[in-house]
Design a protein around this ligand. Sequence first.
Ligand SMILES: CC(C)(COP(=O)(O)OP(=O)(O)OC[C@H]1O[C@@H](n2cnc3c(N)ncnc32)[C@H](O)[C@@H]1OP(=O)(O)O)[C@@H](O)C(=O)NCCC(=O)NCCS
Length: 184
Amino acid sequence: MAATPPEGLRIRRMEPGDYVGVARTMGAPRALAGTLQLPLPSLEYWRERLAKVDTESCSIVAEVPLAPNGHDIVANLALHPTNLHSLRRRHVAAIGMSVRDDWQGRGVGSALLATAIDRADNWMGILRIELTVFADNEAAIALYRRHGFVVEGTHRAYALRDGVYIDALAMARLHPRPPTLPPA
Ligand SMILES: CC(C)(COP(=O)(O)OP(=O)(O)OC[C@H]1O[C@@H](n2cnc3c(N)ncnc32)[C@H](O)[C@@H]1OP(=O)(O)O)[C@@H](O)C(=O)NCCC(=O)NCCS
């Protein structure tokens, strides 16, 4: 059975002011191992990156209540068109996501991914969501499978990670019930 999301978990659109929380998530060891981030991350890089408003993408964060009355960003996800210049790939989007190390395995990733899939399926006209995941990232592969993604192939020696070239899997999910036009 899927983990129940933490009490008070809130998923909302990413805002420029979220850069500190996003940098903290992306700079943690497991996020480094599972993504293409580099060690010794730069806060300024994330400030600049989040400052650019990208209206074509769906960038979201998950936050939990922080006593006494604040919120703590614990995960982020970006769903973005793969190629804005090709009309023939307008139905395709790619996903990248990370949950902060101390919040993994508590249902946050699943809640975030479900939100992005709803957005893609029901609001953006996306028929295919694709992603790349390191072949040894069992948690991520299981999460994606649970949400309908299948493995399409292997990229050999896809990226360098701590001195070792790592394979990656290409995964994708096709819309299970593509929207249809109303009857004439
Ligand atoms: C991969 C990641 C996003 C999963 O998020 P999460 O919040 O830990 O996942 P959840 O707690 O929502 O778990 C959802 C599902 O993922 C799978 N899963 C999660 N952790 C797992 C683990 N350690 N081993 C195997 N499966 C795991 C399970 O299928 C789980 O469903 P279940 O609880 O019903 O069994 C998170 O571990 C992460 O951010 N890792 C570092 C960055 C990264 O690798 N990003 C993905 C790049 S492609």
